[in-house]
Design a protein around this ligand. Structure first.
Ligand code: Q0Z
Length: 747
């Protein structure tokens, strides 16, 4: 895409550097799982360090490609050489499509974030201006001809709802293309295995293809470009409305005009709808690219390469363009001037003929036949329009209509009253079509329902749970889990909040829910749809589950109550541990140590048999144990690579309506786990916690007896603690915390 239409964030995602960096991520993740594939063989720890540190330059790959005439082969040569002897493991068992298509999925996922965020921002901007103009009357037009009065807000609400549908479509389309494969040549796993593929893709946070050929099937990419083209078509519809309304004869809306801007090189009076025309124009390019993506679906046999050249153009171009167009549309809607006086004046153009239907209905109500009434009104309305005599005067002086209540007929109260009532509920349909059949969230629950209006169903020390009931668009009941900024140490809640703590914890939970979905289903529905404005970024809409009555603790290090039990008995939760372990030491294998759920005070450790009794289903409890250990192991390995030791963690599980096991609650946050900084880790003593270290150090020095009530926290300790939470988020996710705020539309 040319620089003129490229916003930097999207542009950076499609450079040669970014493409190869995605390949590098795939190659490294594959090496990290090689030992599992090769039954313990594969790179050792030192070799893995060398592989993780391996680098490339685009220039070196280009130079090598002049020899190989194959981009991935050249890349593998350069990356392998940089890893020294360990380089022999890079690309082991893989085929280029594995790296290309899985890397492409990573790039597309990265592109999806700002694009979906932009789509939601556009929805919000349209909804805000819709509310502003709910009572701004203007002519409604069919076929370009004045039909009946409407309100400008109702027009905009229609665009807002379309933008909302497009945001949902884009989100789903990006989700379904986040699929990778490491199935090798022609997709048989002859040199890899489905388990290896699943583990590598779980590391990358991608889904896998149930059956892949050698490539990820291109219907997925076509679906994405279809959704982008449709979002573009919606923008063009909006732009076309503005272009019409800015025509000289109409002049109801004008695009913002900068001081110093020129409309025409020759005609100084001109103010042209240039933004809208650009949007309308470029939307056509998106449709062309969607067509090309459809042509890409029919590849030969297990693969050919005909799609590749097309995609090098259309995937960057369409993602960059839709991102650009959305932001142009946001500015257009936010800054356009609405000429309310001109709208009122235009309503008079037909001298009242716009009210013809109302007259017709009044005549029928009074006893005329419909046919007779129609003829009368058509005659008078035509005269009004042709001769310029107001229809109201003609009706008053015509014996066939003299006795009608003309004040009622020529009132627009009903137009704006019904419009604003319906828009505040979120609906934009006509009363006749108002059936409870569609989600109505845009102006209603998403913007109007305040947290305070939701029923509170559970409240913990630092978070609350609300009931969202069963919305029409959902099959299941949903809950809203809201994390506060409150902090507790030594089981007491301090009166001083840590700003952004709730957002960090929610962001981390979402990160882990997304990354572990391939291991075990979880209850997350959305961190945006249905979240009240004041809870943005720190709330999660979740499926309502029937919770199992046990807490599922997994320990990778021996600490806390586990350390106490081990010192007293040599065992934890009935599991005998090796003698001679020191405090905080890493266990040979993670252990599953369930406990009861206590309303008050501390949970009580129980052994596995007791957990089976409480749950009443041994097979289910075994799945809970295996799943818990697998989730923990995956997360601990990920965290360790980013300088965080995940010492232990607590999961809660439930069953959904279909009786399936689902991971619930918040997961793998500093509140539900122990995060220790890897630098400074020492066995033989208790470890400082990554997040609460400042508060605990300060509490130790303050003379507080650690019994409730907890004292207020001084400003510098609050600031240090907040920085640690944000650092935890950024270390674990590898992304700036601002990205989370942007993604959830948090101010
Ligand atoms: C979680 C809790 C909180 C206080 C119940 N998906 C679910 N379905 C049904 N129940 C729960 C869940 Cl997550 C559930 N808790 C723990 C959370 C405040 C208590 F935010 N209790």
């Amino acid at each position: 895409m040319i620089a003129r239409y490229t916003r930097p964030e999207l542009g950076r995602l499609w450079t040669d550097e970014a493409r190869m960096d995605a390949w590098r991520e795939v190659e490294v993740a594959a090496c990290e799982e090689l030992a599992g594939l090769l039954g313990g063989d594969g790179p050792d720890a030192q070799e893995l360090d060398a592989i993780r540190a391996a680098s490339f330059t685009v220039d070196a790959v280009a130079e090598r490609e002049r020899v190989t005439d194959h981009d991935v082969a050249a890349f593998v040569d350069v990356l392998g050489a940089s890893a020294g002897a360990a380089g022999r493991w890079i690309h082991f068992g893989l085929t280029s499509s594995d790296v290309l298509d899985t890397g492409l999925a990573l790039q597309l996922r990265a592109a999806g974030e700002p694009i979906v965020a932009g789509a939601r921002e556009l929805t919000g901007t349209l909804a805000a201006r819709a509310r502003e103009h709910l009572r701004t009357l203007c002519a409604g037009r069919t076929h370009g001809v004045h039909a009946e009065p409407t309100s400008f807000g109702l027009k905009l609400a229609g665009f807002a709802f379309e933008a909302d549908r497009n945001a949902g479509r884009l989100e789903r389309a990006f989700a379904q293309v986040a699929v990778g494969a490491l199935s090798g040549a022609v997709g048989t796993y002859a040199a890899t295995s489905p388990e290896f593929e699943a583990r590598v893709l779980a590391r990358l946070g991608l889904d896998r293809e149930d059956v892949s050929t050698q490539v990820i099937p291109r219907d997925r990419h076509a679906e994405l470009l279809g959704a982008i083209a449709l979002a573009g078509a919606g923008l063009e519809r909006l732009a076309t409305e503005v272009r019409h309304l800015q025509r000289t004869e109409v002049r109801e809306v004008q695009e913002a005009f900068r001081a110093g801007q020129k409309g025409s090189s020759a005609m100084p009076h001109k103010r042209n709808p240039i933004k809208s025309e650009q949007i309308a124009g470029l939307a056509r390019v998106l449709r062309g690219n969607a067509q090309a993506a459809l042509e890409n679906v029919a590849l030969w046999h297990e693969r050919d390469i005909s799609h590749s050249s097309v995609e090098r153009v259309i995937l960057p171009d369409s993602t960059i363009l839709i991102d650009y167009l959305q932001h142009r549309a946001i500015a257009l809607v936010r800054d356009m001037t609405v000429d309310e006086a001109r709208m009122r004046a235009n309503l008079e153009l037909t001298h009242g003929a716009l009210f013809s239907q109302r007259v017709l209905l009044a005549l029928v109500e009074r006893g005329s036949s419909r046919d007779e009434a129609y003829r009368v009104v058509q005659e008078l309305a035509q005269r009004a329009w042709d001769e310029g005599t107001p229809l109201r005067e003609l009706l008053a002086s015509d014996e066939r209509s003299r006795d009608l209540d003309l004040d009622a007929i020529f009132s627009t109260t009903r137009t704006t009253c019904v419009t604003s009532r319906r828009s505040s509920r979120g609906s934009t349909g006509s009363p006749e079509r108002d059936r409870p059949r569609r989600p109505r969230r845009l102006l209603a629950s998403r913007q109007v329902t305040a947290l305070a209006d939701l029923p509170l169903i559970a409240s913990g020390k630092v978070r609350e749970m609300y009931d969202l009931g069963t919305a029409p668009e959902r099959a299941e009941a949903a809950l809203l889990m809201v994390a506060s900024d409150r902090i507790s140490t030594y089981d007491a809640v301090h009166p001083t909040p840590i700003p952004d703590k709730g957002r960090v914890l929610t962001g981390l939970s979402v990160f882990w829910f997304e990354r572990t979905a391939a291991i075990l289903a979880n209850h997350m529905l959305s961190a945006t749809d249905g979240v009240p404005t004041e809870a943005r970024g720190r709330a999660l809409v979740v499926r309502r589950l029937s919770m199992l009555p046990v807490e599922c603790v997994v320990r990778g290090h021996i600490t806390g109550s586990g350390w106490k039990d081990y010192q007293a008995t040599g065992a934890v939760s009935g599991i005998a541990l090796p003698a001679g372990l020191r405090e905080s030491e890493r266990l040979p294998e993670p252990i599953f140590t369930p406990s009861t759920k206590a309303d008050e005070g501390h949970d009580e450790a129980i052994d596995f048999e007791r957990a089976v009794e409480l749950v009443g289903d041994r097979a289910l409890m075994e799945r809970v144990r295996t799943g818990s250990i697998e989730l923990y192991s995956f997360a601990a390995a990920h965290a360790r690579e980013r300088g965080v030791i995940l010492a232990d963690t607590k999961f809660e599980f439930g069953l959904d309506d279909a009786g399936e096991l689902v991971l619930g609650d918040e997961v793998l946050t500093p509140d539900s786990s122990r995060y220790w900084p890897a630098d400074g880790f020492q066995v033989g003593r208790s470890q400082p916690s990554f997040d609460k270290q400042y508060v605990r150090d300060w509490a130790a020095a303050s003379g507080w007896d650690k019994l409730p009530p907890a004292p207020p926290i001084p400003d510098d300790v609050v600031a240090g603690t907040r920085a640690r939470y944000i650092e935890a988020y950024e270390r674990i996710t590898g992304e700036p915390f601002e990205r989370w705020l942007a993604r959830t539309g948090t101010e």
